[in-house]
Structures are given as C-alpha cells and as structure tokens.
Design a protein around this ligand. Structure first.
Ligand code: NDP
Length: 314
C-alpha cells in the first residue's frame, strides 16, 4: 500500500512568539502540527516552519516540500551543513514586521537628525547646549539594502521629509530617489550619507562589509544604524571610527553574538545606542496567512511565495 501523503508540519523556534504553533494549528486544521518528531515517521513531514533550527534537523525529512523560515533573514539556515538543498526555502514578508522596522528606523533617524546623542551628553554634563532644529531635508539617509524592508523604510523616511538615497546589489532604475549599485557604487554612495542604515542580508558578500576602509570616506558627522545583522560590521573598526571621530554615533540592534555579552565594549560606549534585536519581529497575527498560503502551494506543487535564492544566500 502506498504511504499516505505527508501530513505533519514540524515547527521549531526557541525564540519566536509562543503563539506560533497554535496559530498554525488553527489555520491549517488538516495538518498535524508538531514541535518534535517523537512518534512521527520523518517521511510524514510535509513542511518545516522554522527559526534557527538545529543543524541536521531537516535532513531526515525525506518527503519535505517546504522550509518556511518565520523571519525575513535566512543567514542562519545556511549554517546547517546538512541542509536538504533540493527543498525550497521561503522567508516571510510580514506587514507587521515591516511596519515595526519602519518605525524603528524613522525613530532613530529623527533622533540622529535632531542630534539627541549630543543633547543627552549635554544633559549628563548639565550643559545648556542649544542645537538649532533643522528640516529633515538637510539630512541624507542612505539605505544599504533596497529589498522589502529597505524600500518600506525609504517610503517612511521620505514621507517625513528626509532626503533618501539607496544602495543595492543590482541596479534599481525605477525608484523615485537616487540609487547606487554594486561595489563600484559604494564609495560615492557612502560619501553622500549623513545617516547610513544597514538593511542588508548577511551573506558571503556582505560579511564584514563595514570595515575600517568603509569608515574612511564618510561625511563629517555621519552616523550609522545597523538593523541588518551583526556580522555586517567589523566591531573593532566601528569602535575605532567612533573613537577617532570618523563616525558620530552608532545605533545597533543586531550583534555578532546575541545576547550581547555583558562585558562587550558596545554596552558602555557613550557614542553607541544598543537595543536587544527588538527593532522588529514577526507577528503571527500578520504573518500566518503567508505560512498557510505557502504550505498550500508547496503541497499542491505550486511555487511558494518569497523563495530564497540559495546561491545568493538571501
Ligand atoms: P530582501 O532580500 O528583500 O532585500 C535585501 C536587499 O539587500 C536587496 O536590495 C539586495 O539587493 C541587497 N543586497 C544583498 N546582497 C547585497 C550585496 N552584496 N551588495 C549590495 N546589496 C545587497 O531583504 P529584507 O529587506 O526583507 O531584509 C533585509 C535584512 O534585514 C534581512 O536579511 C535580515 O538580515 C534583516 N532583518 C533584521 C531584523 C531585525 O529585527 N533587526 C528583522 C528582519 C530582517 P538586490 O535588490 O539587488 O537583490
């Protein structure tokens, strides 16, 4: 007798919203949603819905049709040496996550534009330092990464009145703002920015992109917001650039090691703002529909939404 079609959805995440497994159960009642494989034949798993799964977890799932990552970044998926490379990998494009990210980037771009870093230092020293308010159009915010999140942030920043420019891997000719592309475009791009926003995926090409050389030709008074991944930045180069004044301030949400170790110099640096990777997060309320649609597509042989290109790493 042929084996019945795979009917199990394997969920794994140690860090996501705890409502996820029940949200999937409610939304996909024809599937059995499991958080482990106890008593389950691996070949009965149709889809894996995961965030930072343990290496090797997916390899035995012989009839897996979809790896659905419940986040926007997928760098951790490719650290699994046993990743079943033939299975489609999809990421989420979650309107809730996008909205929270746009808020965070706007919040910190405004704070940097209004020089809140200097105002806070002045207050610490009981110093009345009048910093004249300037219109946002005088601040150029450069977004590295013009994907789903970068473009949403660009729209929000432009609506606030900022001058926005962007940088991406492939050229974007049809955007309503100035764009640069590839390694050739990077020097001119970063030299034009007052605030740089990192919204790049972590890949072999972007790892350590923000190094000592990167800081050498920034505008005077430039500041940085990193909401991409910690590995985009060389930590020592960042500290050196802050200490010798090439960089005015850094807002960091993501780190090479998370949680950021208690003895890391970023915690106490007066020119660094640390947030605990909470600029944004996936919200099951706004993302569940996409998981449902992708499981439906995967089991019926259709192409899932928001597939990752394993050769590009994002
Ligand atoms: P997308 O895949 O939609 O966009 C990625 C962008 O980066 C694209 O514009 C792409 O260029 C560009 N890019 C990739 N590689 C390079 C390169 N080598 N040089 C220049 N540009 C490059 O991703 P999202 O916008 O959805 O997300 C971006 C990242 O944000 C995620 O990968 C994740 O790391 C991070 N993130 C962080 C969160 C947080 O809580 N801090 C939450 C969610 C995401 P092109 O357009 O040419 O392909």
């Amino acid at each position: 007798m042929p084996r019945p079609e795979p009917h199990v959805i394997l969920f794994h995440s140690a860090a996501s919203d705890p409502r996820w497994p029940d949200a999937i159960r409610r939304a996909l009642p024809d599937f059995e949603v499991r958080t482990n494989l106890e008593g389950i034949a691996p070949e009965d798993v149709a889809a894996a819905v995961v965030w930072k799964h343990p290496p090797g977890m997916l390899a035995p799932l012989a009839r897996l049709k979809l790896i659905q990552v419940i986040g926007a970044g997928v760098d951790h998926v490719f650290t699994d040496p046993f990743l079943p490379r033939h299975v489609p990998i999809a990421r989420l494009v979650d309107p809730g996550l996008t909205a929270r990210m746009s808020e965070y980037v706007l919040l910190h771009a405004l704070a940097l534009h209004r020089r809140m870093d200097e105002t806070v230092r002045a207050q610490d020293e009981r110093r009345w330092e009048f910093i004249a308010p300037a219109p946002p159009a005088r601040t150029c915010v450069g977004i590295l990464g013009l994907g789903h999140l970068g473009l949403a942030c660009a729209t929000t920043l432009r609506a606030m009145g900022f001058r926005v420019i962007g940088w991406s891997r492939t050229r974007k000719a049809d955007l309503p703002f100035e764009t640069y592309a590839g390694a050739d475009g990077l020097a001119a791009f970063r030299n034009a920015c007052d605030v740089l926003v990192l919204l790049l995926p972590l890949t072999a090409q972007t790892q350590g992109l923000v190094d000592s050389r990167f800081f050498d030709d920034l505008r005077a008074g430039a500041a940085l917001i990193n909401v991409g991944r910690g590995g985009l930045i060389e930590d020592d180069a960042l500290l050196a650039a802050l200490d010798d004044g090439r960089l005015r301030h850094a807002v960091l949400d993501v780190f090479r090691q998370e949680p950021l170790p208690a003895d890391h110099p970023f915690w106490t640096h007066r020119r660094i703002t640390v947030t605990p990777h909470n600029s944004s997060a996936t919200d099951p309320d706004t993302a569940i529909e996409q998981v449902v649609e992708n499981v439906r597509r995967a089991v019926s042989g259709e192409r899932p939404l928001h597939l990752v290109d394993p050769s590009a790493g994002y």
